[in-house]
Ligand binder design. Structure first.
Ligand code: MN
Ligand code: MN
Length: 320
């Protein structure tokens, strides 16, 4: 089985800086046909409210992902041997028309799902998760495990604009794409607009785990609760790179101090093992604000951590 699956270019044969840049040095393929997991870029930041640049995220994460090797050093998982994974390129985007941009992203993810693969997307700003969810949760609401400094459940910006990277999860709940009672947000912190900012989310049943609670309890305890909230149903995982501290991930649109270390972020994602993941993304890597590619490198490594908990899901479903 694994002999037929796509494999990354071996850096002991071809150095990391040579050849075409793709996610994880996997082949670039033109469709998701035959894949279990499609690595897909969403180079779009039309929902950004502060400093833009996440449209450049996919290309830089591809570049930094040349550092990734085949085997997870803790779990021993070999994602490329248990699931067929390749880089399907970027979805079509429209940088000057927000609603058309959202439609194109949804269509791109729908094509991946129709081919029988699940998406691991790289944004793009966090509004890109909304059209991804429109595709992934088309037939039933899904649970959500959400790593972020921000809840992204505000109602509107700039005089009633409903579609920004600060609103995707409110829209997704209103559209019936998410089951808020199977939703947990981890790493939330920073100043807010009003004391009532998080009231709506809490009234929906979303569990918000503020950074201060994470520091008190630690990753193992927090993620045990997160897995219990998600339960055994289909769950989407979304990782906003601004959940990591800006000292380790400065290249992002809305930095907040007091974040996860990259080591904590790796541990958090590893502790997703056992969750029935139906899709995931890493968003808000903004290379124009990055230093030495460190944020894109963090994003590439979080992608690999996600792959190492997603590929076993493929294996479990195959066994059913
Ligand atoms: Mn976000
Ligand atoms: Mn954020």
């Amino acid at each position: 089985m694994s002999a037929e699956f796509h494999q990354p270019v071996d850096a002991a044969e071809v150095p990391r800086f040579a050849g075409h840049s793709t996610f994880m040095r996997l082949p670039a393929v033109s469709s998701a046909q035959g894949l279990d997991i499609a690595l897909v870029g969403i180079p779009w930041d039309g929902g950004t409210t502060n400093r833009a640049g996440a449209r450049h995220g996919p290309r830089e994460v591809r570049n930094q992902s040349s550092l990734i090797r085949r085997v997870h050093h803790v779990s021993g998982v070999e994602p490329f041997s248990i699931a067929n994974i390749a880089d399907v390129g970027d979805v079509s985007v429209n940088p000057i028309d927000l609603m058309d941009g959202l439609k194109r992203i949804e269509d791109g993810i729908t094509a991946i799902l129709a081919a029988g693969a699940m998406p691991l997307a790289v944004g793009g700003d966090h509004l890109t998760t909304l059209p991804v969810l429109r595709a992934v949760a088309k037939d039933r609401p899904v649970g959500l495990i959400h790593f972020d400094a921000h809840t992204d459940t505000n109602d509107s910006y700039f005089g009633g604009n409903k579609y920004t990277h600060g609103t995707p999860f409110r829209r997704a709940i209103e559209e019936g794409l998410l089951d808020p009672k199977r939703m947990v947000q981890i790493g939330i912190r920073g100043s807010i607009y009003d004391t009532t900012d998080h009231d709506w989310a809490k009234s929906q049943g979303i569990r918000i785990i503020y950074m201060e609670e994470f520091v008190e309890r630690g990753a193992v305890d927090v993620m045990a609760e997160a897995r219990a909230i998600a339960g055994s149903g289909p769950t989407y995982v979304t990782f906003d790179i601004d959940s990591i501290d800006p000292s380790m991930a400065p290249g992002t649109g809305t930095p907040e101090i007091g974040g996860f270390s990259t080591r904590e972020a790796q541990q958090l994602v590893r502790l997703l093992a056992g969750v029935d993941i139906v899709g995931a993304d890493v968003v808000e890597v903004a290379p124009p604000f990055d230093l030495a590619g460190m944020t894109a490198l963090a994003g590439a490594n979080i992608m690999f951590e996600l792959l190492c908990v997603m590929a076993p899901c493929v294996e479990r479903r195959r066994g059913k």
